[in-house]
Design a protein around this ligand. Structure first.
Ligand code: DLL
Length: 433
């Protein structure tokens, strides 16, 4: 299979590490000058940029966290003046405020290259029709996939997310050969296409699916339903968006774009770097990003890295599918949701309810369900059904406006949510993954 940037993608390990070292030193110096929080953390550790000689010193550098983006909201961690920032994206923070990231022109170019590498790796080129059914907007999925597909010269079909009937019609009529969306939506589309009896009319050969965890079983089910090869793509807004890592044609782990991002696996409790091959929390350092660079960013995703040679010839390390998180973030219908966001809404709504709630997530017919049970207070409990329904509606609307997705809100009797050792279990996730 052709490679988009062969020299970089197959760079011998030694050379790659030399390049990473040079870029790390450049980034540390630049950030020390430009990013107040980073300078402060370095100073606290008694570290100077001159103490960092290469990747062997990476472990000495301070971590960065999602909370930092909230504390410096919206632009306080950018390393370029806003005149040089040509795009912003955003994602859920742990509270109502989003986390905001910014890109220079070079950053967008590098991002497109990351996604283009994947598209070439799975055999796409300028003869392909790429239907982008990830959401466009502040979410990085839509524009990320769009940029990569444009870069390889494919014909982009920017349907964005939602409106299933229209997605299917477009896919059939426009001859889409590749579909980009979340794996759960791909499965949902697959069933709808089958029900409509349109499977034979598809021109699809590949799918690029990510933004949420999915299993090998789900891959097989999607491949069977849509009669395609289904590939995994990983990324997060803080680091870039989709394309931080991606599967090649062999579908055996996702190659991290190591010339741009250095991955580490650490023990989430102690922060110690774990031996090669161990499972732990994934941490990234961005060594080429200009607008919004991060040093040792704690992704909270739990996975392992595989340094063995890949049959495709790429030397970039492969990450295995994330198997969980070291925080309480949920991904519901591709959207990141923190229980603290739900709590914030409930506190805001205030009267009639207590902040005792339970989130119940499940997957029914390949669609995530999202229920929020909230305990009423005694006064509401004594009230009529109409007022209860009205309050449920208010909470539903507030949740939608905070999270961007619908929830089924139910007010339940005071003290009816089971507590163990006095504490209510906040989240029940019944999905298999
Ligand atoms: O989900 C970026 C993206 C868009 C990736 C489209 C792939 C495709 P965020 O909304 O910031 O960014 O969410 C990032 O989603 O930390 C993981 O927990 C999870 N995630 C993303 N891709 C995968 C994947 C985008 N392939 C968070 N497998 C990350 C498992 C994934 N989890």
């Amino acid at each position: 299979m052709a490679m988009w940037q062969q020299e970089i993608e197959t760079m011998p390990r030694e050379e790659l590490e030399k390049l990473q070292s040079e870029r790390l030193v450049w980034q540390v110096n630049r950030m020390y000058e430009r990013v107040e929080l980073f300078r402060k953390r370095m100073d606290e550790l008694g570290l100077k940029p001159s103490d960092i000689h290469g990747i062997e010193d990476l472990h000495k550098l301070p971590f960065s966290y999602k909370q930092d983006l909230r504390d410096y909201y919206p632009y306080g961690l950018f390393a370029e003046p806003m005149e040089n920032i040509v795009r912003v994206h955003a994602s859920s923070g742990t509270t109502g405020k989003k986390i905001v990231v910014g890109y220079t022109r070079n950053d967008l170019d590098a991002w497109d290259d990351g996604v283009a590498r994947m598209m070439y790796a799975i055999g796409l080129d300028n003869k392909d029709f790429v239907q982008v059914s990830y959401g466009y907007g502040l979410f990085t999925g839509g524009l990320g996939a769009h940029g990569g597909a444009t870069k390889i010269g494919a014909t982009v079909i920017p349907t964005s997310s939602g409106n299933t009937a229209n997605q299917i019609q477009t896919m059939v009529d426009f001859g889409s050969t590749c579909l980009c969306c979340t794996p759960s939506y791909a499965m949902y589309l697959g069933e709808a296409i089958e029900e409509a009896g349109l499977t034979d009319q598809l021109s699809l050969k590949a799918g690029i699916f990510g933004a949420e965890p999915w299993t090998e079983e789900m891959r097989h089910a999607i491949e069977e339903k849509l009669r395609i090869k289904a590939y995994d793509i990983y990324g997060l807004s803080e680091i870039m968006g989709p394309g931080v890592s991606y599967e090649c044609e062999h579908q055996c782990g996702m190659h991290v774009c190591e010339d741009m991002f250095i991955p580490e696996i650490i023990d989430p409790d102690t922060g110690e770097v774990l031996p090669k091959g161990s499972k732990g929390e994934l941490v990234f350092t961005t060594i080429t990003k200009e607008g919004f660079p991060l040093i040792r960013y704690r992704t909270r995703d739990i996975c392992s890295l595989n340094y063995e040679k890949c049959a495709c010839g790429r030397t970039h390390v492969r990450m295995n599918k994330p198997t969980g998180r070291s925080d309480d973030m949920l991904i519901i219908r591709g959207v990141n949701v923190f229980p603290s966001q739900v709590e914030e809404v409930l506190l805001k709504v205030g009267s009639g309810i207590t902040p005792n709630y339970q989130i119940i997530v499940d997957r029914v017919n390949n669609n995530d369900t999202f229920e929020v049970n909230v305990e009423m207070d005694e006064t509401m409990f004594a009230d009529d059904v109409k007022s209860i329904e009205k309050l449920e509606k208010t909470i539903t609307n507030e949740l939608r406006s905070m999270l961007g997705i619908g929830a089924k809100v139910r007010l339940v009797n005071p003290k009816s949510i089971t507590r163990s050792e006095g504490k209510a279990k906040r989240v029940i996730d019944k999905r298999k993954i």
